[in-house]
Design a protein around this ligand. Sequence first.
Ligand code: CTP
Length: 405
Amino acid sequence: MTDIEHMLAGKKVFLIIAGGIAAYKSLDLIRRLQDQGATVRCCLTENGKQFVTPMAVSALSQGPVYTDQFSLKDESEMGHIELSRQSDILVVAPATANILARMAAGIADELATTLILATDKPVLVAPAMNVRMWLHAATQANVATLKSRGIAFVGPEDGAMACNEFGPGRLAEVPEIVKAIVGVVNPRRPLAGRHALVTSGPTVEPIDPVRFIANRSSGKQGHAIAAALAALGARVTLVSGPTGLADPAGVEVVRIETAKQMLAACEAALPADVAVCAAAVADWGVAAVAGQKLKKQVGDPPPTIALTANPDILATLSAPGPHRPRLVVGFAAETETVVAHAKAKRARKGCDWILANDVSAATGTFGGDRNQVTLISATGCDPWPALSKQAVAARLADLIAEALS
Ligand code: CTP
């Protein structure tokens, strides 16, 4: 924690403690924030009061604890709108599935949710819940909605939980939450003034008006990279094939379907300081796309579909020329001899860095939330540990910022 010592001096943190067993860790969070120089004011949700007492929170935070939306005393001293805006950041820790759902729906049914809705300050959420609740489609959709509105998240982490289950859902460690708060209130913007171009998702190649050839890319890694570059201050153009993902906050998204459209959108977005090609581009398109739906006649053999080579976007962006970005980064999705294939690909395509990843079915990389990559550059190979796709993106964005500085 020495790297962020006193990084919160003079900052006001408003901490909302929701009702989960991890609420006891919020007491430690209050102390660690004070160690960093922050003033902490707290609000307990109705359910939060079942896990920690207003007395304990008040004693630790050395101030009033807000719990009641209709407290005449609190409202006469400071209205809830003012209360929601006088801090530098609102932190919800722990954030339960329930409060995430209320936040996503814009419900203001108690003081905590009213403050979140009324604030004009950044909001950071540290979720903690049972693994099944976290992985439930409803929670994941709420998280995506909140992220697309610019709400920052820290965690949850994998681990053993109070309910004797194992998996994602554990509250992030207190030092990680402090670090995330520091990141939000003192954002580093080393990429301010830079333009980043990112490709993401699959491309889709039509056969006829109803059929197409596509691939398994979810776009999660590319979208995470776009968000990470924007978080460091870059202006980001994200050229994306069809995905089920929400647009990352603060990023300009250009939607395309085919590889040819992706190339045209990338060329239209130049000049850029950096290009990251994370899309899984179809290598071939259909040579003659049928204008009408192909019909089958009983007894006919299956049709043969002639393919034609698609443009290589990464190679095109890497080619020397006045608009070549200073740094071009590709991915190498491989299923065997990963590093050797990736090195050859870097040389063949002319990009500066390539992130090699194993996408064979057993790794669960395609569509999954984690990725294990090896960064290959002119100076060598750096295998990274298995990380969440967000963590891979953050690490790459930091390296890009360093390279462009
Ligand atoms: N790429 C691209 N345009 C293409 C094909 C790939 O921009 N037409 C980019 C991808 O975005 C990725 C890199 O090239 O950054 C490597 O993609 P990959 O699918 O691993 O390699 P391919 O070039 O398709 O080679 P192969 O299929 O032989 O592995």
